[in-house]
Design a protein around this ligand. Structure first.
Ligand SMILES: [Fe+2]
Length: 202
């Protein structure tokens, strides 16, 4: 290399340097870095995954608010009405075996629904409405009314538990079923219009 080259920093052409042999790994060697890769284009970072949403609890309790609860309860109402209609058709047609089976299906569906309302809805509302006397009283009125209706319906269901084996009960059953249906439909409408709107996040 000439003096001028040294002065202006000319480098030896790279091709002139002997190809480096890859050194065998040595214990002291730093972990080999991956060959320099071209950085991938900066893509917009995905939004951080939302932390698993912790259900909001009613104050002073561990009773959670569930956003989907009201939709579930309304679906229960539709299911109950569908079962009721099937029961009615079977009974009117004198298919008492089928009516007896539908009656049991109705019992289970109603018990499940009342349990869900008691555990998830009323207990929650007891706490969240504690400071709102008017809404609290309204909710209590609903709860007590449903207790009465629920008991009356259970008495009816028990009375006709052996419906399948008693075709002679057909007329009495149809008359009582009609009354039960009217009460339940009215009650469901009232819950959906006036009770369920009280349910909200704490
Ligand atoms: Fe209900």
């Amino acid at each position: 290399m000439s003096f001028l080259d040294r002065l202006f920093g000319r480098r030896e052409p790279e091709a002139a340097s002997p190809p480096k042999k890859s050194a065998p790994p040595s214990k002291s060697a730093q972990p080999a870095r991956p060959a320099q890769r071209q950085k991938p284009a900066q893509l917009p970072k995905p939004a951080p995954a939302a932390a698993p949403e912790r259900p909001a609890m009613a104050p002073g309790t561990r009773i959670a608010h569930h956003f989907e609860l009201i939709a579930q309860l309304e679906q229960d109402h539709r299911d109950l009405l569908r079962i009721y209609s099937g029961l009615r058709r079977a009974s009117d047609a004198g298919r008492m075996q089928e009516a007896g089976e539908q009656l049991e299906t109705f019992r289970h569906a109603l018990q499940g629904h009342l349990l869900k309302e008691n555990v998830k809805l009323y207990v929650y509302l007891e706490h969240t409405l504690a400071a709102d006397a008017t809404s609290h009283e309204l909710m209590h009125g609903f709860r007590h009314e449903m207790d009465r209706i629920g008991k009356a319906v259970m008495v009816f269901l028990d009375r006709y538990r052996d419906l399948a084996g008693h075709p002679e009960w057909k007329d009495d059953f149809a008359r009582e079923l009609d009354g039960i249906g009217k009460v339940l439909v009215e009650r469901m409408r009232n819950e959906e219009s006036n009770l369920y709107p009280l349910y909200g996040p704490p």
